[in-house]
Design a protein around this ligand. Structure first.
Ligand code: SF4
Length: 64
């Protein structure tokens, strides 16, 4: 299994709109972590690998 990506590699940053770790398929809310990015992950942050949960508001194409 490949190593996780660093936060720097994926531009981990505070979320500004509806795209956030809290509605990303890779987020693990129980662990406060992510299947793709290493370290502690918070639901109000986001990164370049964000992938919307099905039915999420974050899937709207006008959001970024
Ligand atoms: S937005 Fe990035 S850091 Fe956040 S849960 Fe998704 S893949 Fe992980």
């Amino acid at each position: 299994m490949p190593a996780k990506l660093s936060k720097e590699m994926v531009n981990y940053r505070p979320a500004k709109k509806e795209r956030r770790c809290g509605n990303c398929t890779a987020f693990l809310p129980q662990e406060g972590s992510c299947t793709r990015v290493e370290g502690r992950i918070e639901p109000f942050m986001v990164c370049d690998r964000w992938t919307p949960l099905k039915g999420s508001e974050g899937a709207r194409p006008d959001e970024r």
